[in-house]
Design a protein around this ligand. Structure first.
Ligand SMILES: Cc1ncc(COP(=O)(O)O)c(C=O)c1O
Length: 370
């Protein structure tokens, strides 16, 4: 019997973060200030992008990105149905109209053919907001080509994908707007936090104002629309400490993913990693069971033996609130993924022994079925 628990994801918070926070505590400047600017500079250097704006979470980053790209109330925005709800909720928050795109059954990202079909019926769409699911880069060149061909705005929700590489290039080093989340289970964390990066100077300039109610150079004079999306320097100090370690965290995640794949392929399918992906940061480790019954039984078996799991996510077209607003929409690929998917433990502080325990429990489950 297995007594030890294996958590789904725990952050690696150590002396570095404690020292970083204490130094802000004693500096007398706790709100947004020098530490936030330093984190922005460090993110620019890491990604090799000209502009970064750090905000209080990834959802704020999405809303700010939509505003900065002139997406307005009533505009249609193409979004994946298979994503964490923040993607589509940010579109709703600004009064825009989400148009759902079904996912690819193997990568879980949008497929270009689904995108083209959905666009055919929504040629007035103003923007495509695409997601790198679980951190796996979408096919960015094809998506950029689509955006050029149809003169449609592009925003990348890379909330789960900080540190990911597409054809060797780090996500974010483009002239379209890319957002990241630094929530607690991510490759690097500010506890709550996010960032928006872009090579586009005009969008970048607006983002700095949008973060603070659109306030321009003069105090209390608002030259743009915005809200309060500011992080505190306490959060940014944690981000600075974490960014120094993010490559190590991703290497650990890679090793854990490799371990799962090498031991479990007889029983499960995994998120497919196309050859254009040079680094998958494995924010989530997602696998597919044979069918819903198999997934549910395996999930229960794991949970009863102390292995914590998640089932990400009911597609947006199946969410009760979103169905009531968007109507009945069928997205068979996403619905099928949701029926079979299971997210196994991974994270910045997982041990190989913990991953091996997960593997053993899964092997026990399938052995008991024989
Ligand atoms: C795809 C996606 N978009 C947006 C967000 C929102 O980020 P946050 O939780 O920092 O607001 C998340 C959060 O995990 C996410 O997974």
């Amino acid at each position: 019997m297995l007594e030890q628990k294996v958590p789904w994801s725990v952050p690696d918070i150590s002396k570095d973060e404690e020292v970083a926070v204490s130094s802000v505590m004693t500096s007398k400047w706790l709100g947004m200030g020098p530490k936030t600017r330093e984190l922005e500079e460090n993110i620019c250097n890491y990604i090799r992008v000209k502009n970064a704006t750090v905000v209080n979470n990834g959802t704020s980053a999405l809303i700010a990105a939509l505003i900065a790209n002139d997406v307005n109330s009533g505009d249609k925005v193409l979004v994946p149905t298979y994503t964490f709800i923040a993607t589509v909720n940010s579109v709703l928050a600004i009064g825009a109209q989400p148009v759902l795109i079904d996912c690819d059954p193997h990568t879980f990202n949008i497929s270009i053919s689904n995108l083209e079909t959905t666009f055919e019926q929504n040629k007035d769409a103003k923007c495509l907001l695409f997601v790198d699911v679980a951190g796996l880069p979408a096919d960015i060149d094809s998506i950029r080509e689509f955006s050029r061909k149809h003169s449609i705005n592009l925003i990348e929700d890379a909330a789960e994908a900080f540190g990911a590489r597409y054809k060797e290039k780090l996500l974010g080093a483009y002239d379209h707007t890319t957002i990241f989340s630094f929530h607690i289970a991510k490759q690097m964390t500010m506890v709550e936090g996010g960032a928006i990066v872009t090579e586009d100077e005009k969008v970048a300039g607006r983002l700095k104002l949008i973060r603070s109610h659109g306030e321009g150079k003069e105090k209390y004079v608002h030259t743009d629309f915005g809200l309060n999306f500011r992080p505190t320097d306490l959060q940014s100090a944690i981000g600075i400490a974490q960014l120094k370690k993010v490559d190590g965290y991703m290497e650990l995640r890679r090793q854990i993913a490799e371990l799962y794949i090498s031991h479990l392929s007889e029983h499960l399918e995994f998120q497919q990693v196309p050859s254009y992906v040079s680094r998958h940061p494995w924010m989530l480790f997602m696998c597919l069971a044979k069918d819903r019954a198999d997934r549910d039984k395996l999930n229960k078996f794991l949970n009863e033996r102390g292995v914590d799991t998640r089932i990400p996510w009911p597609p947006v077209n199946m969410q009760p609130y979103h169905r009531s607003r968007l109507g009945d929409i069928s997205c068979p690929n996403a619905e099928n993924v949701y029926e079979r998917v299971l997210s196994l433990p991974i994270g910045n502080a997982i041990s190989k022994a913990e991953a091996e325990r997960v593997i053993d429990v899964i092997k026990d489950f399938y052995a008991s079925k024989r």
